[in-house]
Design a binder for this molecule. Structure first.
Ligand code: BEZ
Length: 225
């Protein structure tokens, strides 16, 4: 019998695979420990590497922004707990880009056996069989995966975009709207396309102040200024 474990990478709309892990903030039991919260589960290739260091300084400096969005950060790399602790202690001593004395308070998973990394498709052999890519999984309070990003090792992530994704997902859920290209909070949003000819006609005839249409299939809701 073939004993190869074949696991499909989770996709948008799938339930986030459950796991238990050791982290720099103690053990975690995912998703049970995060019921009712959004989670950003992200991987980085290795501790004590330059791009990852700038990413951790940036992400940790935005921790309060994510807390305000009911969002918990959980990091992962294929390194030991002691490597994680040593690296996070060193990060606190560094100064870069106006950031200093940065304490990383979110959990960083020890995944030396690559169990969680494989569960989430974070090890992509074309890049490396021993290091994770820069993956970001956006997981909603029902533990459903809502967005996935993958970056290669050489490209530091844009953490303003990561915040914008959470803001856009939460707004879409709250208001049943969609967000146009390059949307930022405070800008007009898109009313979902009509499901019938009647609704399309009604939309074009709707003269309410808070909506405007470029055509029947492209209608916006004005954001209050
Ligand atoms: C970095 O974080 O700088 C890095 C990590 C792995 C490969 C290349 C760069």
């Amino acid at each position: 019998m073939d004993s190869t474990i074949v696991s499909r990478m989770p996709l948008i709309g799938d339930k986030a695979p459950a796991f238990k892990a050791v982290t720099t903030q103690g053990p975690i039991n995912f998703p049970e420990d995060y019921v009712g919260k959004w989670v950003i589960l992200f991987s980085h290739p290795a501790d004590f590497t330059p791009v990852c260091t700038t990413e951790f300084m940036t992400f940790a400096s935005m921790a309060d922004d994510f807390k305000a969005l009911n969002t918990e950060l959980v990091g992962l790399s294929i390194d030991s707990l002691y490597a994680h602790i040593a690296w996070l202690r060193r990060i606190q001593e560094l100064e870069w880009n106006g950031l200093k004395n940065i304490e990383v308070k979110f959990p960083l998973i020890e995944d030396i056996k690559m169990e969680v990394a494989h569960l989430y498709g974070m090890v992509q052999p074309g890049q490396s069989t021993t290091q994770a890519v820069r993956a970001v999984f956006f997981i909603d309070p029902e533990a459903t995966i809502r967005t996935i990003l993958f970056y290669p090792a050489s490209l530091g992530r844009n953490f303003d975009e990561i915040k914008r994704i959470i803001q856009g997902l939460q707004k879409a859920d709250r208001e049943k709207i969609a967000t146009p290209a390059n949307w930022k909070p405070g800008q007009d949003v898109i009313v979902p396309p009509p499901g019938s000819c009647g609704v399309a006609k009604a939309r074009m005839e709707d003269k309410s102040e808070d909506k405007y249409c470029l055509d029947w299939f492209l209608c916006f809701k004005r954001e209050k200024k």
